[in-house]
Ligand binder design. Structure first.
Ligand code: HEM
Length: 1008
């Protein structure tokens, strides 16, 4: 397989190795909403406010520890965040990428139909894997913590996180912690999932709030526990952000999100000592506990009576940094620890791309690497540079593509340093606004409702949707806050500098192109004339003489399947310039092995072969990644986007099924819609006429199924292997089984095992698949043979007959049970899967007997018949659906916004509608389920009689969920083997289905 013959565009870093005799540790400290202080080289004053940040009291003199990091370290005087908001800034720090790269944001942009990159709204930057977008492994691969962890660093996180979609990770501290662990941080302590304001996902409890002593305590504990290791700690103080800091300081610091340590250790009402002592922040009280109150009084004194969040909070953060500093000193690690302090964004104009929003202070304290004389660097650096820089200082290569680049080589090199000051280009993203700064000039692109534009216009500085600013003085130096100098951003110089503006605009267009959410990501640096630079050499060193190394072929190739307990991977490379080929393997349990050199086994002119043996005793999905290194030290990663080439190792169908099922479960939980329900519906529609992994998307009844088909595609690509007899049709069935079994909310959910494999697909069966014009152009997953799906207007008898004819259901309960699948999706007019991805959004429901509860009244199966005949408020109404493009029809509704909907086929389980079901729009003219006002009939019509055949089964399920699930499983499995001869039984599943037959449908049961 030819992987990459085109030029490779990568930021390359000089290769060296960690000197194991010399430790290096990293701390990144990023407080929430801290402000710039006047003596920290702040950006120019805001155009409308000569003071920055609006007030200077009490000022940074109250922050000795942060000032020490600055005065004894390296001050970045032109540091930026890639995006001026909490989550986006953190995302760029942790990944080395622009927030527009975030897989979560790209998926949202794709789902909302954003086509123009600048319409994609930033922030949408959770650290999540979204496998449906290319290079979507932000969590498990493409972040700093993962790379360091894979290289034997201990990784930790304390304080505010904000990078998980918390309502999808279990809404518990442990759930969020597990999600953060997944993303590479081994040790997650004193963790606050999000903002603590009551409006934020419910992460609020009035008994606890900010607690910097606890955060500092856990940071110190991490530092002390890892003296013998290399480590990385991401420390995120929750202050000075809201909620109210003064109020937080009145709360007992032993009460935390992790529990109330003042009482849980205290069974007899006597407080027992905890180990909660933080140097400089606590004092022992009478019970031997470490008390925070006396210390907190000193904060108030130092804030000189101010109760403002920024004044109290900044001092609290500073003391926590002091505690960390002292712990490093105490454990002898201070000089070998690289401490990077920065703000998440400029607090003066948070969320906007004014300099007051994007410029941040950044100080690095690292005695062994930078000395302690105090120095500064004036080149432009960004949060996206932190990850590559840290890897560079650690002596590690990047293992995935980043936007940022290491400044390690630039700070000591006058030429490169000047280049970073005068010519480097950085992009900035916020909402739908974008900006670039190259050297002195900054170009801003806005739309009519951009806040920056509205601010500029209302203050009469300038108008228009584009602006160009000169941020430098006459000597080419960046203008810092100075009350005598007008803000450069109050003056739009675009009219007199159109050519320069065009150049910067081209550069911004290049940035938008390479970060376009609906295209595969491109990792290239954009130059001033808009052309991408092909290779960037960051560290000093020779440039490759003949271009980047190339991989010509590899085996196993992507999506191959192999068997055996050991597999030899071989790669053919273009050999003019290759010195080493290194292989890395990811095991089925996601563990990554270290890079290992391959053995050169052949050499033939321009090509060489390298081999590498992998132990494949454990069956499942393996990933491989290669690194080609040339004689100049340049590297090329394959695949270049940091993803893995995957191949499957299996001995038998069961290995394939188990592995695929685990992957399907992940895809379901990562998907923004209730994919479990969509897989179940897809299973039903596919198996009408025989399960063959094909549906006809020209049939309107199948609308919406494109979503599950597409979501399952990666699983189909990897796991449908004839060698093991597992087909696409089987994987569709497997997805339906997993969708149903994973949606149970009971203590002992049923497993819904996959008992049969080997279902031929519609292509294998040489089916006839005609298009709109009646031409058979071949079959595929979305161009299946035309199958008539059941009309929504069948009465009870017709419904039973349909399911008998189609799925061989002989007993009424089989049909009643299968219809319980509708508990998975509450249909509403506004929320229909016919609208594709937008339908059924967020409609996460369980597979349970709730459906029958909606159909029948009563609180006990012993209730009298009249009580049971009461049902929820279902009333027939005529609905005009022209506005949403689905047919007008009569249906049963209740509730408003959304209107919940039932169809005649649902109601037919409890009511005999045979009298008076007329027309092709579903009207029942002679009786009604419940009299009411919606249809204007009042109680004019008699009540429809009960449905004799199905009534008992509905009653049983309504009052017994276990019974329902047991029967559902039987009916569902029967459905999912439609067309297969399975009567012989199956001793050890999965068994291969011997034959597939076609049943002739009885047309009279179909759509009226
Ligand atoms: C007479 C029989 C049936 C009719 C007329 C029917 C009709 C429908 C309709 C109109 C929808 C709404 C589609 C939308 O707006 O997105 C729906 C949803 C659904 N149906 Fe059925 N259905 C029937 C039987 C079944 C069966 C037997 C199953 C499964 C075994 C099933 C599973 C589902 C599921 C899971 C949904 C929700 C889909 C989602 O959330 O995306 N249905 N059905």
């Amino acid at each position: 397989m030819k992987l990459s013959q085109a030029a490779i565009f990568l930021t390359t870093v000089a290769i060296s190795h960690i000197d194991q005799s010399h430790a290096v540790n990293f701390i990144v400290i990023q407080p929430d909403d801290l402000q710039f202080y006047d003596d920290w080289s702040p950006p120019p004053y805001l155009p409308w406010n000569r003071r920055y940040p609006g007030k200077s009291y009490p000022g940074s003199s109250t922050l000795p520890w942060i000032n020490k990091l600055r005065s004894d370290g390296l001050e970045m005087t032109s540091a930026y965040t890639a995006a001026p908001k909490c989550g986006t800034s953190r995302y760029s720090t942790v990944t080395g990428r622009y927030p527009s790269r975030s897989s979560h944001g790209r998926m949202q942009a794709q789902n909302t139909g954003v086509t123009s990159p600048s319409d994609a709204s930033i922030p949408n930057t959770k650290l999540r894997d979204i496998l449906s977008v290319t290079d979507g492994q932000d969590c498990t691969t493409s972040n700093l913590a993962q790379v360091l962890k894979a290289n034997d660093f201990e990784t930790g996180m304390v304080g505010k996180w904000h990078l998980s979609k918390t309502n999808t990770v279990g809404d518990s501290i442990d759930g969020v912690r597990a999600a953060i662990n997944e993303c590479g941080f081994n040790d997650v302590e004193a963790m606050y999932p999000d903002n603590m304001d009551p409006s934020f996902q419910g992460w609020y409890d009035s008994s606890w709030s900010h607690n910097m002593e606890y955060v500092a305590h856990k940071a110190v504990e991490f530092i002390e526990d890892n003296v013998d290791k290399n480590w990385f700690l991401y420390m995120n103080p929750t202050v000075p952000h809201s909620p109210d800091v003064a109020d937080a300081m009145t709360k007992n610091c032993l009460i935390t999100p992790d529990g109330d340590f003042s009482t849980t250790n205290n069974p007899n009402g006597v407080a027992e000592p905890t180990d909660w002592c933080v140097e400089g922040m606590t004092t022992p009280d009478a019970d031997g506990n470490c008390d925070c109150m006396a210390y907190r009084e000193t904060i108030k004194t130092r804030a000189a009576g101010s109760v403002a969040n920024e004044d109290l909070g900044s001092i609290w953060v500073d003391d926590a940094i002091g505690a960390v500093y002292k712990a490093l000193e105490r454990t002898g690690q201070l000089s070998e620890t690289f401490i990077l302090f920065q703000l998440d964004h400029g607090q003066a104009e948070k969320d906007k791309i004014w300099e007051g929003g994007i410029r941040i202070p950044q100080f690095i304290h690292y005695p062994d690497g930078l000395g302690t004389a105090g120095r500064s660097f004036h080149g432009m650096v960004s949060t996206i540079d932190i990850a590559p820089t840290i890897l560079d200082f650690a002596g590690l290569t990047e293992e995935y593509s980043m936007d940022g680049k290491s400044w390690k080589g630039a700070i000591d090199d006058d030429i490169t340093g000047d280049e970073w000051k005068a010519n480097r280009c950085l992009a900035f993203e916020s909402g739908t606004e974008r900006a670039v700064r190259c050297g002195c000039h900054k170009y801003v692109m806005m739309n009519d409702s951009s806040p920056e534009k509205l601010e500029a216009e209302s203050n009469s500085w300038w108008t228009g949707n584009e602006a160009l600013f000169n941020l430098c003085d006459a000597s080419g130096n960046y203008i810092v806050a100075d009350s005598l100098t007008p803000s450069p951003e109050a003056v739009n110089i675009i009219d007199d500098n159109q050519e320069l503006a065009d150049q910067l605009k081209a550069l911004l267009d290049c940035h938008l192109l390479k970060t376009n959410a609906s295209a595969d990501p491109i990792y290239q640096e954009c130059t001033l004339n808009g052309d991408p630079i092909t290779t960037t050499t960051v560290a000093p060193g020779p440039v490759a003489p003949i271009g980047p190394p190339q991989l010509l072929s590899s085996n196993p190739a992507q999506n191959d399947a192999v068997s055996g307990d050991s597999t030899v991977i071989n790669a053919k490379v273009f050999d003019d310039d290759i010195r080493r080929v290194r292989f890395r393997v990811q095991l089925p349990n996601s563990t990554r092995l270290s890079f290992t050199d391959g053995v050169k086994v052949s050499s033939n002119g321009d090509e060489s072969g390298y081999e590498f043996a992998v132990d494949t005793t454990v069956k499942g999905k393996y990933g491989i990644m290669l690194e080609l290194i040339d004689f100049s030290g340049n590297t090329e990663s394959i695949p270049s986007d940091g993803s893995w080439m995957t191949f499957l190792v299996a001995e038998k169908a069961a290995d394939v099924v188990n592995s695929a099922r685990a992957e399907i479960a992940t895809i379901i939980s990562d998907h923004p819609t209730n994919l479990a329900a969509k897989f179940v519906r897809m299973g039903f529609h596919d198996c009408v006429g025989g399960c063959d992994g094909c549906v006809d998307m020209l049939n309107g009844d199948n609308f919406g199924l494109d979503v599950p088909i597409e979501a399952l595609q990666p699983v189909v690509d990897l796991y449908s292997h004839t060698d093991f007899g597992v087909t696409r049709a089987d994987l569709w069935v497997l997805a339906a089984l997993e969708g149903a079994s994973g949606s149970q909310d009971t203590l002992e959910p049923r497993e819904f095992a996959m008992e049969w494999v080997g279902r031929p697909t519609c292509e294998d069966l040489n089916s006839v698949c005609v298009d709109n014009n009646g031409n058979d152009n071949g079959c595929s997953e979305d161009r299946g043979p035309h199958r008539e799906l059941p009309s929504p207007d069948l009465d009870t008898k017709e419904l039973l007959a349909y399911f008998q004819a189609e799925f061989d259901y002989q007993e009424a309960w089989e049909t009643v049970a299968i219809m319980g699948a509708h508990s998975l999706g509450t249909l509403s007019r506004e929320n229909s899967g016919f609208n594709g991805i937008n339908g059924w959004l967020g409609n996460t429901r369980d597979l349970n007997n709730a459906y029958y509860d909606d159909l029948m009244g009563g609180a006990s199966d012993l209730d009298d018949f009249e009580t049971l005949m009461e049902s929820a408020d279902w009333e027939q109404v005529y609905v005009n659906n022209e506005d949403i493009g689905t047919p007008n029809r009569w249906e049963y509704e209740r509730g408003v916004d959304p209107h919940f909907v039932m169809l005649n086929t649902d109601i037919a389980l409890v009511r005999d509608l045979s009298e008076g079901l007329i027309g092709d729009e579903g009207e029942v003219s002679e009786c009604q389920v419940r009299c009411g006002r919606r249809n204007g009939n009042g109680c004019a019509l008699p009540r429809c009689p009960h449905a004799e055949e199905t009534w008992e089964a509905v009653k049983t399920y309504k009052f017994d969920n276990e019974e329902f699930l047991a029967d559902f499983e039987v009916s569902f499995k029967k459905m999912l083997t439609t067309g297969a001869e399975t009567d012989a039984g199956c001793a050890s599943s999965p068994c291969t289905v011997p034959t597939i037959s076609r049943r002739n449908l009885k047309k009279n049961y179909l759509r009226k």
